[in-house]
Design a protein around this ligand. Structure first.
Ligand code: UDP
Length: 403
């Protein structure tokens, strides 16, 4: 499996990965999050666990269980960390703690290194059984609602380390901090090369006519992804450049707001037959791949964004990306080089038109995007970083005397 990356990932990453694998062989590495499907965290864990295992590391992935009340609470925490004014009562925090306690009793939390993803399972730290515990924040925490952040911090500061995707998300915590951006897997079903036949088949099945340029946004139906803003931008651009818009999303089991947002989007799209809204089942990886490959321009017009895997996914397929200038998107989109960063609906419409009227420029941007992802955002780099972090944490404070 690691061999599959040989001619794709940067050689230096693979060499270091091999060495780290030898050093940490047979040690245990546990990941805990709150969903097996939907969203970027699950996407990465599905691909990363087998790679860690192949390196000889005893990697495990556990998922905490919660009921609707728990996920309503954790979605509020998520929204508050991304800046929304949310009221979180002490009872809500108590319930968050209770569900974590229940999970702690059921899960095997023993491991040499433990990475807890996002706020949902953050309170598991109180049940640690040895090992190095690291809290991984995938959320755009650049401007959180402070009361909620301060309450969550009670858990985060008990960890040995905290990991953020983007430097400006790192909050002042009395623990070691690391900045590690997420990544995509170039050999997964979502990102592998597809034949023209495979792409055509998906286009026909979804009723997407390719006689006009295709604009695409792939996202959970979440207001921070601004699907309504995408429709507005498409409508402005369409007055001058005919095109179709595809909005593709699927439900995430830890996101209770999806259905309401989907209904808002359907209503706003109204009877425009050139807007295709696709609600895909979980694990529609090949279909997402095909949609990204048939797109002329890919949008990720988020208002807040932890990282935005969809950006790197599209860039890997040589697509120019229009991204909101927020969160992890500016790490990936170099404005005017491999895509455009936008700050408004009008800005998005303007850049859509610019790309549709300059196909040669769009193509050049797409090509640069792929190379940028190859150097910076492949999964081999992220596994390398996680193992380096673990190694560094274990050797903290130890002086190397036998140089
Ligand atoms: N995704 C998917 N199906 C969908 C919508 C999204 O498989 O209908 C995937 C998408 O390809 C990406 C991940 O879910 O791999 C979303 O990650 P991102 O970081 O963009 O956003 P998040 O959902 O984590 O906020």
């Amino acid at each position: 499996m690691i061999d599959e990356y040989k001619n794709i990932a940067p050689k230096g990453d693979l060499m270091l990965l091999g060495k780290l694998g030898e050093t940490l062989r047979s040690r245990s590495f546990l990941h805990v999050n709150s969903t097996r499907e939907g969203g970027g965290v699950a996407e990465i864990l599905h691909r990363m666990i087998p790679i860690l295992r192949e390196l000889g590391i005893d990697a495990r992935w556990e998922v905490i269980e919660g009921d609707a009340r728990f996920f309503d609470i954790t979605k509020k925490i998520h929204n508050a960390l991304q800046g929304n004014e949310e009221i979180m009562t002490e009872q809500m925090w108590a319930y968050h703690g209770e569900v974590n306690e229940r999970n702690a009793k059921k899960l095997n939390l023993e491991a040499d290194a433990v990475l807890i993803h996002d706020p949902q399972p953050a309170a598991l730290i109180h049940y640690r059984k040895g090992g190095i515990w690291m809290w991984r924040c995938h959320i755009d925490a650049s401007g959180p609602h402070m009361a909620v952040w301060n309450a969550l911090k009670r858990h985060c500061e008990k960890y040995d380390a905290a990991v953020f995707s983007v430097a400006k998300f790192a909050r002042a915590l009395p623990v070691e901090e690391f900045i590690i951006p997420p990544s995509i897997d170039p050999v997964s079903e979502k990102n592998r090369e597809l034949t023209a036949g495979e792409i055509d088949e998906a286009a026909n099945r979804f009723g997407i006519s390719r006689d006009r340029p295709v604009l695409l946004q792939v996202s959970r139906f979440d207001r921070f992804k601004d699907p309504i803003g995408v429709i507005k931008a498409y409508r402005m651009a369409k007055k001058y450049n005919d095109c179709v818009l595809v909005l593709a999303g699927s439900p995430a089991s830890d996101d209770p707001e999806g259905e309401a947002v989907l209904n808002e989007v359907r209503e706003y799209a109204s009877d425009d037959r050139d807007i295709i809204i696709l609600l895909l089942p979980a694990f529609s990886d090949r279909d997402i791949n095909a949609l990204q490959r048939m797109a002329t321009v890919v949008l990720q017009k988020s208002l807040k964004e932890g990282f935005g895997l969809t950006v790197s996914e599209a860039m890997w397929k040589e697509k120019p990306v229009l991204g909101g200038a927020v969160g992890g998107i500016p790490l990936q989109v170099v404005h005017g080089v491999n895509g455009f960063l936008v700050h408004s609906t009008e800005g998005a419409a303007f850049r859509i038109r610019q790309l549709l009227t300059n196909p040669a420029m769009a193509k050049r941007m797409g090509e640069r995007g792929k190379e940028y992802v190859r150097t910076n955002f492949l999964i081999t780099r992220q596994v390398r970083d996680y193992l380096s972090m673990w190694y560094a944490m274990e050797h903290r404070g130890k002086r190397v005397l036998d140089l």
